[in-house]
Design a protein around this ligand. Structure first.
Ligand SMILES: Nc1nc2c(ncn2[C@@H]2O[C@H](COP(=O)(O)OP(=O)(O)OP(=O)(O)O)[C@@H](O)[C@H]2O)c(=O)[nH]1
Ligand SMILES: [Mg+2]
Length: 416
């Protein structure tokens, strides 16, 4: 990372010029105050809390106001939407988030609420943590809390489904299988609702409305929450969120990793009228494509167009990424190429909003690849630990291992 980029990162991308305009942001809609009070009341009665966070923002998606209460309870942090989070940062030694939570002795499981196997892992941990109370209490309460749109209700539905297959007929004689409402926008769940998931002892899980803190401490945390979909787009403005996303991508040089796509595209253009490669697929009888196939290809092509456009603009950028106004110029240029790549008519009056909406959808559905927007705190220590480990490994591979081999060849005893 360049010195200047590091400076921008330190200052915070959220503090950049493009975020200063656009009016003040009211992060806290009225209904959240009442919901927070109701959650606090029920928390007193909960035997265990599953705090759902977004795996792309493991810290920014924590509701700081609820933390003091949550730390005093049996708690498991579920880092949901792991399918959208970068697995290298989530799991790789030295920088993994799970390791970070381990150091604080905080149970944490990265999950995908739509995947039965990953929810089962979470349930095993919940069961283990409740072991002692399960044997003495006739009724237990598990609360699921978190900021909006992190997947609390989707998780509840998966838990409920797993439970119904474990206790067929028993639990649902008196309780019809009900489902929590799930939706792509924040604010779907408005009331606390209970779902029975076990019999003898009776265990209930409570779905709760997503709640934010009344005042978000810094704009960058707010922008991350908005990018992940925990805040309504209209509150922050699609354009502002898209600008922030572009700033993040440029600062991390992400578009430069899409060079191969651009090369492939250029090769494809050169070869389009001179194809002489043999392809086994060409030998297959021509069949009608299944329905929906063209839609999939259309989206894949669109994503490639977007990635190539961002690669080209960044690779041809001669300005200084550390300079705010240069970064703003680059982002402006990227808006123009994105408009073309996303096939939005030039004259559309709402063109910039349309570009922003489509671009954000690509990010949120994982089409631009997996990301983690938060940095592991104290990364220096983690990175140092990783670097030392790596250096030892390198010395072993490059120096000691060949020496050991030589000794073996020449019959000298050499042990490591
Ligand atoms: N990719 C992915 N999407 C998920 C996952 N879990 C939930 N979703 C999606 O995220 C969106 C929000 O899910 P909900 O369960 O409604 O979120 P919530 O936390 O209950 O939201 P509120 O009720 O508004 O607080 C929906 O579109 C879900 O399909 C996951 O693990 N991966
Ligand atoms: Mg919900």
């Amino acid at each position: 990372m360049g010195r200047g980029v590091a400076r921008i990162m330190k200052k915070g991308l959220g503090e950049m010029g493009f975020n200063k305009g656009g009016g003040t942001i009211n992060w806290f809609p009225g209904h959240m105050a009442a919901a927070t009070r109701a959650i606090r009341d029920r928390l007193k009665l909960a035997d265990l809390v599953i705090e759902v966070r977004d795996a792309r923002i493991p810290l920014s998606s924590a509701n700081q106001d609820l933390q003091p209460m949550l730390t005093g309870k049996r708690r498991v942090i579920a880092l949901n939407k792991r399918d959208l989070a970068n697995p290298n940062i989530m799991h790789v030694l030295g920088s993994k988030w799970t390791h970070y939570f381990d150091t604080y002795k905080q149970d944490c499981v990265p999950i995908n609420a739509h995947s039965k196997s990953s929810v089962m892992k979470l349930l095993e941990l919940v069961e283990f943590k409740l072991k002692e109370v399960i044997s003495r209490e006739p009724t237990l309460l598990v609360m699921v809390v978190g900021v909006p749109n992190v997947g609390k209700s989707a998780l509840i539905n998966s838990i409920h489904q797993i439970a119904s297959s474990r206790f067929p007929g028993k639990m649902f004689i008196w309780e019809k299988m009900k489902r929590a409402r799930v939706g792509p926008l924040p604010g779907v769940t408005q009331d606390i609702a209970g779902y029975k998931i076990a019999h003898q002892p009776s265990i209930y899980v409570l779905d709760t409305p997503g709640v934010l803190v009344p005042s978000i401490p810094d704009i960058e945390t707010g922008l991350k929450l908005a990018l992940a979909g925990s805040v309504k787009d209209s509150v922050v403005g699609e354009e502002r969120i898209a600008q922030y996303l572009l700033a993040v991508l440029n600062t991390r040089s992400t578009p430069l990793h899409w060079k191969h796509l651009n090369n492939r595209k250029m090769e494809g253009l050169n070869k389009s009228d001179d194809r002489h490669e043999y392809n086994l697929k060409d030998l297959l009888p021509k069949r009608r494509k299944p329905p929906g196939d063209s839609a999939v290809h259309y989206i894949e092509d669109l994503v490639t167009e977007v990635q190539c456009a961002l690669y080209t603009t960044l690779s041809e950028f001669h300005g200084n990424l550390e300079d705010e106004s240069d970064m703003e110029c680059l982002i402006e240029q990227q808006f123009e190429v994105l408009q073309k790549a996303l096939k939005i008519p030039h004259k559309a009056s709402e063109a910039r909003t349309m570009v922003s909406k489509k671009f954000l959808t690509l990010f949120r559905t994982g089409k631009l690849g997996p990301f983690i927007l938060d940095d592991v705190p104290g990364k220096g220590v983690f990175a140092l630990r990783c670097d030392i480990g790596f250096a030892v490994h390198l010395v072993f591979i490059l120096f000691l291992k060949p020496l050991q081999m030589l000794c073996l060849i020449y019959g000298t005893k050499f042990a490591i």
